[in-house]
Every structure is written in structure tokens, then in C-alpha cells.
Design a protein around this ligand. Structure first.
Ligand code: SF4
Length: 782
């Protein structure tokens, strides 16, 4: 099989014709959507040809979970269009969704199970039947389990599909739970949310922000490390609408992205210096008394007293105390009729203490605009401008993206941002953006009764620890990998370590996917997965407030199977078939969680209505100022981080990216690998229409940096560090600041090496997050 057999014969014209039709129909509203023109032949179905329109869902990890209307003629998809949602502002599709026809019928689509016949990576395969494949997996798993125990197998998943049973979440959890195997997942995009979740008392992917449709009411919007106009296209129009109504858009990003180009204020800070800028904003807000004192006193932990000796709250019967200015004594924070002090030094039973607010004030005092300018490289006046906007041009909010998340210590940025939002009294108001809107992933995915019906559980291992666990064979003796919804070798760090140190320790690698990508190239057995349109199931809510049903539009191509059918086939040979019922049976049980049960949302109802809103309309949480923390307050003071000196947000340079980092002399550039609109992580990489618009990987360099190295625009270059290298074309790009090289995320192949050879797997214990951008490199002519 040729790994690059895509033939880019389709013309740009064909794509543009289709997208023009999209624009026209979008402007025409739903009536327009019924009109022909959605990437379909202009002709109507010839007589005798069976045609139907099926409502289904696209669900990669862009979170947008767009509902599509798919026209099927004689069993083949011929067009895609957005489906009308119960709230029409959530009708949506994007260029990737429009290209699904090419994905389903791509010449490189995997159609059959295949077994490796040559060496790993040699590309020699033979077709086998599903029976042979299932037996091979079951035999190998039995052998390894009996020799090393159930943790000899690791189920590895990432986010390739938000389907419940077929995706990388609930279905994979159940499979791993039944096997009692290792379940390796996560470690991506979870540092900043950690800061938010802790202060709010929620899970990191809970529904803590106002829904996107409410963002149009914002007057100040700060996009922090978010290239929303490209990476979350369907959220962008809400922001654009707010801007059209007069909102001030601030974009904080080292790169002059398409999103930054739309901003009224662009903060072009140094990579990894974000928290310094946030602390500068806190300093301005506190020192100029721009905070909402009532909100801080009554709804946050700001007045709680903190002991000087232990830096823990002063408590009485577990309740934090505040200083009552009426009686001049410390009392539980919820004592009726008190007037707590926001600032001050006190003594309680001989123990010196001060308020959280006073400690915060002291912590940020040194972050003057001038000092922040020195650290971040931006003009000092920007700190004051952005802080004043957030505090006074209300309602406002901060939407973080995962650009800023990809540095060591990004959790501290999360702590700083939630503190900013809390002190400015923006939370609970229409128009607020509280970090990100995710409709409530955690309460549904973690339906423990359904996930673990046998009473057996997987050993959950953060993905970032998988490499070392396998190399050391400790704490689990992992000998087999079952990889699903993941192009592991493109979407995780230290690719050379995977291939040279991890792979030799693993006896058996099964990879499930739709295409023969990098990871499958190094597997022993590859299984063809069904496309979204080829499956029936419930789909998780992403950034829409619905639980949704995906209808099957067409039969799988070749012998491809939905993931649930694959789990079933393996489980039946291992004696666990009772835990893998039909999609209908299992979905009905999975949906039986209090949140949905109380609203009468069942599988039958979902099949009929297809998208059911399960959050109130409009969804604006925290209007009563009560949070899910033990005190009911916004607890941005984290006692559990006292040991690290991080109970309040502080600024620490990341591991590699800082300007004074010892590595800077040898490797003067920071490598940033952003999301772009042509892919979702590494998905859609081989779509011909998208490749017409974005044909090949390039290293974007500021012309000054390139010329310093004698590199011409368009020349082949090598980006390198001690861990590895990648060879690709250089593109002069004024949008990239000096000191940075940018490569778009998700490319499968390069002329030599790979950008994931350059990245590292160092992590912070409390986040266990990949720091994909915290990477130093240099560039030279290839
Ligand atoms: S890729 Fe994402 S934004 Fe595009 S159609 Fe699919 S779900 Fe929607």
C-alpha cells in the first residue's frame, strides 16, 4: 500500500464552487438549505435512483459536534449540509465537514483487517478476515494476561470521535474495565482547566461557562491563546456578532493569527509569558480599585483569613473564618449580619493571619506594567488597557484556548484567569465567558454504573506516562497496545522514544483507524473503523447544549466496522460478550444518569428528536453567586498547592520557552505547532480538497530569523534539537515573531523526521499535561 497515494486531481474550482454554495445557502437560512447546491452534482437524482436525506453528526475533537443533513443516492453519500438545530444559532458546518464525501470514499480508506507480514514500519501487509483478526487479538491477550496479568494490555485512546460507544470515551472505558487492563488517555488540554475547575469545585470539562450563544452579549472579550476563528470556527460567529454590536475584542497570542487580525487589541507576548501578563492585570485591577468589592467579599474566598505560619485558612469547625469589622473578631465566613474585612493583618488566638485578598495584593504588587513589559515583551500600556477593559467594560469574559495551555505551569495561568474573572464580578452575568464552554462532558461520560458493570476497573494511566511505564515495565508490565481514536505517533511527544525505546518492548500492537496513518504503519494488526456517517449512536455534547443522536446514513465502506462492534467481537472471544449488547440497549443504559433522567431524556426520545437541549436556556451558570466548592464561594486560593508555593497564581517561566532559559543559547527558537482550520489534530490530513488549500507542511519563520541563517523563502530547512529533527520547506511569514518557528499541527509525513521528534514528555505532577509548545529548537538549511 502506498502511504501517500492521494491523487490531488480535484480542482480548486470544485471546492470553491461548493463553498460558494454553502455561503449562499447559509445566508438564505433553513429554507435556503433545502435548495440544491451543497457540494452535490447540480443535477437532481436520475429517475429510478433511490435518494434519501439522513440527519447525522460529525464528531471529531473540535468540540463542535455539527449535525449534518447527508443526501444519500443509491447507498452513497453525495452531499453534506448543516442540519437545523432546535436553537438555530447552532446550525453549523465547516470546510472539513463539507469534505466528508472525500473522506468516506478516499482511495486510501482502510477496508479490511490486515496483518503485518514484514518488519514493523516496512509496510508489508496481508488481508485477513474479521474472524482471524478477532481470534488473533483474543489469543494474544489471553496469552499475555495469563503470563503477566491483565495489565499486560493497555487500551490507548485519544479524541478522534465523540461518539459515546464508538468513540474513544465510554466505549473504550468499558472495554478496558472489563479487561482490567491499563487505560491510557488524557494529558492534553487540561492544565488551564485545572485552575478553573479547582476554584469552581467542578470537573475540568464541566459546563462552567455561559453557553456560546450568550457570548454575543459581551462588551469585552479576551481570547487568550485561542485562534478561535480557525480552530473553533463555529464559536467564532458568536464572537464576531458581539464585536459587531460593539464589543472590544482582545487577542493574546505571540502569533499574528487570523483571529488576532480581527482584534481591536492584540497582545503579542513572548511564548510562555502569559501568566506574567495576567498578574500584571491583577495588579492594575487591585491597585486601582477596579475590582467588584461586593462580589469579592460575598462570593469569593477573598476575605478568608490565612495563617501566616502554615498558609492554610484559619478555621473553626472546618469553616474558614473572616474578620468581622463590626465586632472586630474572627467569625465563620457565613455568619449572618457580619461585615467582613477585605484587607488587613490580624491575630486570631495569637496566630498572625491576613486575608486572601491581602496576600494576593502582595503577590502581584511587583508586576507593574513596566515589569510585565520586560517579561512579556509587550508595551506596558497594554497591561493597563486590557485590565481596565475587563474590569470596567462589563460584561466581559476570557475564552482561553489551548495555545497558552501547552507550556509547563499553564495551570498557574488558569488560576490567574479565574481570579481575574472572580474579582471583576463578571461571573454569572449574561455576556460572560468563563474560560470555555463545554456542555458537560464529565457527568455523562463517567456513568460509573454503566462503564464498569462487572465491578472490575481499568488502571487509568495518564497518556503522558505511557512511554516511561512501558520502557520501565513499571508500574504495569505492558506488552500489548490497543490503540483507538488516536494517531499516537503524530499526537504525542518524543516520537523517537516511541519507535526506538517503547515499540521494542511491546509484543503486539493493534491499531484501529480509517486510514493507514503513521501509527498504523508501526502496528502488527490494523482494523478498519467506520466513519461517523456509517454508525448509529449517541454523541456527546461538545460546545452545544444538546445531547444528540447520530443516525447511520450509509453502510461502512468495505468491511469497516464501528468500534463497538470491534469491542464486541474481541470480548465475545474472551468470554465477556454479556457486557457488549446492542447499541440500542447499551445507549439506553448509558443515558440513565440523573441529569438526563430528570428531564425524561431517553434513547427512544433521542431517536425521534435527534438533538435535545438538556441545559436551561439561556445557560448562564452561577447567577446566584453560589459555587460547587465546600464553602460555596469561588475558591481561587488553593490550600492543596501550599507546598509548591502556588496557592495563589504566581509566575514561573516554563521548562524551555523562557528567554533566559539555559537552552536558549543553543536553541534560540521556540517551536509552536498550532491548530489550523484544515485539520482537527491529525484528522482530515489527506483530504484532497483541503490539501489543495493547504498542500504541504512548512516551517513559518519571520524573514529576519530566516535571513540571519541564510535561508531563502521556499528553501528546504531542518528544524532540530537534541531530541530529533524534521525537514520541510521554509516559508517567510511576517505574522511569526522573531524567536519562534511555527509548524501547523497534524501533518502525518515530512520529507524526513517529524515535528513530534522535537517535543518532550516532561510534565507537572498536578496537571499531567503535555507541553507541546514548550520546546526549544534551531533551524538550518537542509
Ligand atoms: S469538523 Fe468540527 S466544525 Fe467541522 S463539520 Fe465537523 S464537527 Fe463541525
Amino acid at each position: 500500500m502506498n502511504r501517500m497515494s492521494t491523487n490531488f486531481k480535484l480542482s480548486r474550482r470544485s471546492f470553491l464552487k461548493g463553498t460558494a454554495a454553502v455561503a449562499a445557502a447559509a445566508g438564505a437560512g433553513w429554507a435556503g438549505l433545502k435548495a440544491p447546491g451543497w457540494l452535490q452534482p447540480a443535477t437532481a437524482a436520475p429517475p429510478g435512483v433511490q435518494e434519501k436525506v439522513v440527519r447525522t453528526i460529525c464528531s471529531p475533537n473540535c468540540w463542535q459536534t455539527c449535525n449534518h443533513l447527508v443526501t444519500v443516492r443509491d447507498g452513497r453519500v453525495v452531499k453534506t449540509a448543516p442540519a437545523p438545530m432546535p436553537d438555530r444559532e447552532y446550525d453549523r458546518i465547516c470546510l472539513r465537514g463539507l469534505s466528508h464525501i472525500q473522506r468516506i470514499y478516499h482511495p486510501d480508506r482502510l477496508k479490511y483487517p490486515m496483518r503485518r507480514t514484514g518488519a514493523r514500519g516496512e509496510g508489508k501487509w496481508e488481508r485477513i478476515s474479521w474472524d482471524q483478526a478477532f481470534n488473533m487479538i483474543a489469543d494474544k491477550f489471553k496469552e499475555l494476561r495469563s503470563q503477566y496479568g491483565p495489565q499486560a494490555v493497555a487500551v490507548v485512546h485519544q479524541s478522534g470521535n465523540y461518539g459515546v460507544l464508538n468513540g474513544g470515551y465510554a466505549g473504550a472505558y468499558r472495554f478496558a474495565g472489563i479487561l482490567e487492563s491499563v487505560l491510557a488517555s488524557g494529558s492534553v488540554d487540561q492544565a488551564i482547566p485545572t485552575g478553573f475547575a479547582a476554584a469552581l469545585g467542578m470537573g475540568i470539562f464541566d459546563a462552567y461557562s455561559n453557553e456560546c450563544a450568550d457570548w454575543v452579549n459581551a462588551r469585552t472579550i479576551i481570547l487568550w491563546g485561542s485562534a478561535c476563528a480557525e480552530s473553533q470556527i463555529n464559536e467564532w460567529h458568536f464572537i464576531q456578532e458581539a464585536v459587531e454590536k460593539g464589543a472590544h475584542l482582545v487577542v493574546i497570542d505571540p502569533i499574528y493569527t487570523t483571529t488576532a487580525q480581527k482584534a481591536r487589541t492584540w497582545v503579542n507576548l513572548r511564548p510562555g509569558s502569559d501568566t506574567a501578563f495576567a498578574l500584571g492585570m491583577l495588579n492594575i485591577i487591585i491597585s486601582n480599585k477596579l475590582y467588584d468589592a461586593d462580589y469579592a467579599l460575598n462570593n469569593t474566598c477573598a476575605p478568608f483569613l490565612v495563617r501566616e505560619d502554615t498558609r492554610l485558612f484559619v478555621r473553626e469547625k472546618e469553616k474558614p473564618l473572616v474578620w468581622d469589622t463590626v465586632t472586630s473578631r474572627a467569625v465563620p465566613f457565613d455568619t449572618p449580619g457580619i461585615k467582613p474585612a477585605l484587607e488587613g493583618d490580624f491575630a486570631v488566638s495569637g496566630v498572625k493571619c491576613r486575608t486572601v485578598f491581602a496576600r494576593l495584593k502582595e503577590n502581584v504588587r511587583d508586576y507593574t506594567p513596566e515589569k510585565v513589559a520586560e517579561l512579556t515583551g509587550v508595551k506596558a500600556e497594554l497591561v493597563t488597557r486590557v485590565a481596565t477593559l475587563l474590569a470596567t467594560n462589563r460584561p466581559g469574559g476570557i475564552k482561553f484556548g489551548f495555545g497558552a495551555d501547552r507550556y509547563h505551569h499553564a495551570d498557574l495561568l488558569g488560576q490567574a484567569l479565574i481570579t481575574l474573572l472572580g474579582l471583576t464580578g463578571n461571573i454569572g452575568k449574561s455576556g460572560n465567558i468563563l474560560g470555555m464552554f463545554f456542555a458537560g462532558f464529565d457527568p455523562m461520560v463517567y456513568n460509573a454504573g454503566w462503564l464498569f458493570p462487572a465491578g472490575t476497573f481499568p488502571k487509568v494511566l495518564p497518556l503522558i506516562q505511557l512511554q516511561d511505564t512501558i520502557i520501565k515495565q513499571n508500574p504495569y508490565p505492558i506488552k500489548a497496545l490497543y490503540i483507538t481514536c488516536s494517531n499516537l505517533l503524530v499526537q504525542t511527544t518524543e516520537r523517537n522514544k516511541w519507535l526506538k525505546e517503547v515499540w521494542p518492548k511491546v509484543d503486539f500492537v493493534v491499531a484501529v483507524d480509517q486510514f493507514f496513518n503513521n501509527t498504523l504503519n508501526y502496528a502488527d494488526l490494523i482494523l478498519p473503523a467506520a466513519h461517523y456517517y456509517e454508525t448509529e449512536e449517541v454523541v456527546l455534547a461538545g460546545d452545544v447544549p444538546y445531547i444528540m443522536y447520530r443516525q447511520k446514513a450509509v453502510d461502512p465502506v468495505g468491511e469497516a466496522k464501528p468500534d463497538w462492534e470491534i469491542y464486541k467481537g474481541i470480548a465475545s472471544r474472551l468470554g465477556f460478550s454479556q457486557y457488549f449488547g446492542t447499541i440500542e440497549e447499551e445507549s439506553a443504559k448509558w443515558l440513565d444518569v440523573p441529569l438526563l433522567r430528570q428531564q425524561g431524556i431517553t434513547y427512544q426520545r433521542l431517536r425521534q428528536e435527534q438533538a435535545i437541549r438538556f441545559l436551561p436556556k439561556p445557560y448562564i451558570p452561577w447567577q446566584d453567586g453560589k459555587f460547587k466548592t465546600p464553602t460555596g464561594r469561588l475558591e481561587f486560593y488553593l490550600e492543596k498547592k501550599v507546598k509548591e508555593g502556588e496557592e495563589l497564581p504566581v509566575f514561573k517561566w516554563p521548562l524551555e520557552a523562557g528567554p533566559d532559559n539555559p537552552l536558549a543559547a543553543k536553541y534560540p527558537l521556540t517551536l509552536i505547532t498550532r491548530h489550523e482550520k484544515f485539520r482537527i489534530h491529525s484528522q482530515y490530513e489527506n483530504q484532497p480538497w483541503l490539501r489543495e488549500l493547504n498542500p504541504e507542511p512548512v516551517a513559518d519563520l519571520n524573514p529576519g530569523e530566516a535571513q540571519k541563517r541564510g535561508i531563502a523563502d521556499g528553501a528546504m530547512v531542518e528544524v532540530f534539537n537534541d531530541r530529533g529533527h524534521v525537514v520541510l520547506k521554509c516559508r517567510y511569514n511576517e505574522a511569526i515573531p522573531p524567536g519562534v518557528v511555527h509548524i501547523q499541527q497534524g501533518w502525518w509525513y515530512y520529507p524526513a523526521g517529524h515535528h513530534q521528534e522535537l517535543t518532550h514528555a516532561n510534565f507537572k505532577a498536578n496537571t499531567l499535561n503535555y507541553s507541546f509548545f514548550d520546546v526549544r529548537v534551531d533551524v538550518k538549511k537542509a
